[in-house]
Design a protein. Structure first.
Length: 134
């Protein structure tokens, strides 16, 4: 998948357990100094994340809102989420930043809640992104 990402201009890659999702052409924007990144696939798999600290460029940020939905590799539906303060273990690292209208690039990792018929349990997630900041 790394080779795929190098040929795509803009994407969000999302990995958990034995599943890897690629969402092309995501939206990335600032809302009152909060960085928001979101994407949807043609078959309605989606991801959205937002930072808690004031966004100021390259660096590490705590994600305070996160959700992802879709179909995992075993064919089962998944719903992952967390909201502040339960997202305290989810970090976004911005490694390249060209300002509004330019590229922003980085990765994220940590733990979110996975909803199951039995309730919720923690799931480790990670990914990377490259997007144009609107």
């Amino acid at each position: 998948s790394i080779e795929v990402c190098n040929t795509l201009n803009e994407y969000i890659l999302y990995s958990f357990e034995n599943t890897e999702l690629l969402l092309e052409n995501p939206n990335c924007y600032l809302n009152q100094d909060t960085l928001i990144l979101e994407g949807v696939t043609p078959n309605q798999q989606s991801i959205k994340l937002a930072t808690v600290e004031l966004f100021s460029g390259i660096g590490a940020y705590t994600i305070n809102y996160f959700y992802a939905t879709g179909i995992q590799s075993n064919g089962e539906y998944f719903y992952h989420t967390c909201q502040y303060p339960t997202c305290s273990g989810l970090t976004l690292n911005v490694t390249e930043y060209a300002g509004p209208g330019g590229l922003i690039k980085g990765n994220y990792s940590g733990t979110v809640q996975k909803y199951t018929p039995q309730g919720t349990e923690d799931v480790a997630v990670s990914g990377s992104f490259r997007a144009l900041l609107q």
